[in-house]
Design a protein around this ligand. Structure first.
Ligand SMILES: [Zn+2]
Length: 427
């Protein structure tokens, strides 16, 4: 009599067989087929596929049958919504998850435009529940190796939300909005997965047995080893000791602290980067706390919030009147086009057309400065401190920020008028 262990994964009406070798697979298929027939069950052979996992090309020498019917051998199979490729890497799963999330993000912005929401917390909650939830689906399984891609996706959301240039680093956007990196959301999902799906199980459970086996596998290539990927992630956030302590009891007691430590380390990294960026010297001075900046706590229209965020970053790039305007000073920063002037052409004084020049230096805008920025003007701002003066917490209120919007709205209109009527090459 033939005695055979069949390793089988079952979920609803899905079945996965996990054989040791080719001969073993055909034997298992035969047994399952017999079981189906004995119990008057039908199988959908159209959806029944075989994946032979391994490096390199799939071997062509095998054929498998369900009775008389030959079964397809494929490189990739979608199981419970996740694409598994025969090479054991999760790039296909990642690509399809991100594609779904991009579609959801597009739809989310359609909602934003219609709903005129001006609260950053509401906007972020919608992002988390409608877009991030898609991205996080089964992410502890497929996403450990792609944690930077999660963050890039979130950054593209924040850049679009705030209409800031791609030059604005992601850590600045997080520190300004007080929104934590979605790496933290991922880490939380991972820790909960380790606890609820692995460590809390009985020692003989398949999950824990697989985990113990993968732990003992040798080989340095972490692309093929999920356990090594998890270890690397813990190390990246200075948590190698915590990784060594992982166990049922430890996670039961400490998993909230683990997530909190990861979140704190991630904020610390952001602050460190901001402080060491020479382009953000002023921001590093007036940005005195890591929670969201004051413009996000005031009840001002979202288009004002966006303008304020742009100005705070000091880049000569302004978003008003529903469009982006690059001031000439941008060419000094981008250093790409020799033929473009970096100077203000309205005053012809060979001054770089920077935010400071237009707000506090150029005589062509002086009437607007006096009308809208008078309070700040009294403190005689200089190039090196004007952002610090403008964005001191006590200088930021609904009136001053709305005035700053009016200033820029009219200044840009004046500038456009000049270029349309007096300049040969309008921008
Ligand atoms: Zn000027």
């Amino acid at each position: 009599m033939l005695i055979l262990d069949i390793l089988i994964l079952m979920y609803a009406d899905d079945i996965v067989l996990l054989p040791q070798n080719a001969k073993n697979l055909q034997e298992q298929i035969n047994i399952v087929k017999q079981f189906f027939e004995d119990n008057s069950l039908n199988v959908n052979l159209g959806k029944t596929k075989i994946v032979i996992f391994g490096k390199g090309r799939a071997p062509k020498k095998y054929t498998f049958y369900w009775g008389e019917e030959k079964l397809d051998i494929v490189n990739e199979y979608t199981y419970l919504g996740i694409k598994f490729h025969r090479n054991g890497q999760m790039n296909s799963a990642k690509a399809s998850m991100f594609q779904k999330a991009h579609v959801a993000l597009h739809n989310l912005f359609t909602v934003f435009y219609k709903a005129k929401i001006n609260n950053i917390d509401t906007l972020n909650k919608l992002f988390l529940s409608l877009v991030n939830s898609i991205l996080m689906y089964a992410s502890p399984i497929w996403g450990v190796n792609f944690i930077d891609d999660f963050e890039k996706f979130q950054t593209s959301f924040l850049r679009r939300l705030l209409c800031v240039s791609n030059f604005v680093p992601s850590y600045v956007l997080r520190l300004e909005t007080g929104i934590q990196s979605i790496k933290v959301n991922f880490f939380k999902a991972l820790v909960n997965f380790l606890y609820k799906n692995i460590f809390i199980k009985e020692e003989t459970s398949l999950n824990l047995v697989c985990y113990s086996q993968i732990k003992t596998l040798n080989g340095t290539d972490y692309n093929y080893n999920w356990h090594k990927q998890v270890e690397k992630l813990f190390k990246m956030y200075q948590m190698e000791n915590e990784f060594l302590l992982l166990s049922k009891e430890y996670l039961k007691q400490e998993r909230r602290n683990l997530i909190a430590k990861f979140a704190q380390n991630s904020i610390n990294n952001d602050v460190k980067q901001m402080m060491s960026n020479p382009n953000l010297l002023q921001l590093a001075i007036f940005k005195t706390h890591v929670t969201k900046s004051k413009q996000y706590t005031l009840n001002i229209p979202w288009h004002v919030t966006k303008l304020i965020q742009n100005v705070r970053l000091g880049l000569p790039r302004i978003f008003v009147n529903a469009k982006t305007t690059n001031l000439n000073g941008i060419w000094e920063i981008w250093e790409t086009n020799e033929e473009k002037t970096k100077y203000c052409e309205l005053c012809n004084e060979n001054k770089v057309e920077s935010l400071f020049h237009i707000m506090f230096e150029c005589y062509q805008y002086i009437s607007l400065t006096l009308k809208y920025l008078q309070n700040f003007y009294r403190e005689t701002p200089t190039k090196d401190n004007y952002l610090c003066i403008l964005f001191k917490d006590e200088n930021m209120n609904v009136e001053s920020l709305n005035n700053m919007y009016h200033f820029w709205s009219e200044a840009i209109l004046n500038r456009e008028f000049y270029y349309e009527h007096f300049h040969m090459n309008p921008i």
